[in-house]
Write a protein that binds this ligand. Structure first.
Ligand SMILES: [Zn+2]
Ligand SMILES: [Zn+2]
Length: 139
């Protein structure tokens, strides 16, 4: 039996699966995401405001895509500023810069103690590495 919930986006009741928003909203979000991504590919130098104007997607949502690491800024994106939530350094995707991420990961590791050492929490995804390599190439 599917659980019924209110969509957090449009408020309609829907059969909950894995997403807090209904299928219709999911599709719309997907459309928004595609529009933003395409626009950024074609206009890498644009600001969040310009992207928002051109795509009709709110600046807030564009930033959300970036924070969720669904969208990543290219090296040409000098005008669209995304900052590390901890130290304020400019970053290309996600919420924190690599340094803050590493600091946090090691602090959490310490806090979890030895018994949790083998847990999956900090398994590298390979994505971190890619960021580092890319950054080096850009210099
Ligand atoms: Zn909805
Ligand atoms: Zn930082």
């Amino acid at each position: 039996m599917a659980e019924l919930r209110n969509c957090i986006r449009c408020g309609k009741i829907f059969a909950y699966t894995y997403s807090p928003i209904c299928n219709k909203c999911l599709e719309e979000e997907e459309e928004d995401f595609k529009k933003v991504k395409e626009y950024l590919n074609e206009n890498p130098g644009s600001t969040a405001f310009e992207v928002s104007e051109a795509t009709g997607v709110s600046v807030e949502k564009i930033m959300k895509f970036l924070r969720e690491e669904r969208l990543e800024l290219s090296d040409d994106n000098k005008n669209l500023l995304l900052q590390c939530e901890s130290c304020g350094k400019p970053i290309k995707t996600g919420r924190f810069c690599n340094e803050c991420r590493n600091t946090m990961a090691s602090e959490i590791k310490k806090a979890f103690g030895l018994e949790r050492r083998k847990s999956e929490y900090f398994k590298p995804t390979g994505k971190e590495k890619m960021h580092v390599i890319k950054r080096r190439e850009g210099r």
